[in-house]
Design a binder for this molecule. Structure first.
Ligand code: FES
Ligand code: FES
Length: 175
């Protein structure tokens, strides 16, 4: 009888229980068992970042993670970023507007890497952008449009935060 294990985890804010082979790659669990095919396979060896997800808030290559390791984990895939099916996440919108995606294989991983980067560096320098995306390879864009997408996403994020910041009461200048 095939060796199976039951794992419980939270994926895109949804508590999930699965019975799968313990060493099945998390990438395959996402794509085959959960039909979350936004997560892509590139190299399958931890080198390209196409399969990147957020694993307990950290960027991780799902092709290197056995299913058993995801027990009790909290995951975010590209499907979990957009607020709903009709609206893109602001980072996705910036990639669209700036031409940061061509064939799209690297794009989900790039966008999750950008999300992770901006959480740590809301106003990233060029060096921080290069370092933040250093684990994600793209064969199409030459990277410049991706870097522009990230910069635009940082600006959009800052504007969104400013727009939703609580207003300070006006100073009383009368004596
Ligand atoms: S497919 Fe996982 S790092 Fe390339
Ligand atoms: S857009 Fe094709 S690999 Fe990046």
């Amino acid at each position: 009888m095939k060796n199976l294990t039951t794992i419980t985890l939270t994926i895109n804010n949804t508590p999930t229980t699965l019975t799968v082979p313990p060493m099945k790659r998390l990438l395959d669990v996402l794509r085959e068992d959960l039909h979350l095919t936004g997560t892509k396979e590139g190299c399958g060896e931890g080198e390209c970042g196409a399969c990147a997800i957020l694993f307990n808030g950290e960027l991780a290559n799902s092709c290197l993670i056995p299913a058993l390791q995801a027990n009790n984990a909290t995951l975010t895939t590209i499907e979990g970023l957009a607020p709903n099916a009709a609206h893109l996440h602001p980072i996705q919108q910036c990639f669209l507007e700036q031409g940061g995606a061509q064939c799209g294989i690297c794009t989900p991983g790039m966008i999750l890497a950008t999300h992770h980067l901006l959480a740590q560096h809301p106003n990233p320098t060029d060096t921080e952008i290069h370092e933040g995306l250093s684990g994600n390879l793209c064969r199409c864009t030459g990277y410049m449009r991706i870097f522009e997408s990230v910069k635009q996403a940082a600006i959009a994020s800052a504007q969104s935060i400013a727009a939703h910041a609580p207003q300070s009461p006006p100073h009383n200048l009368s004596s």
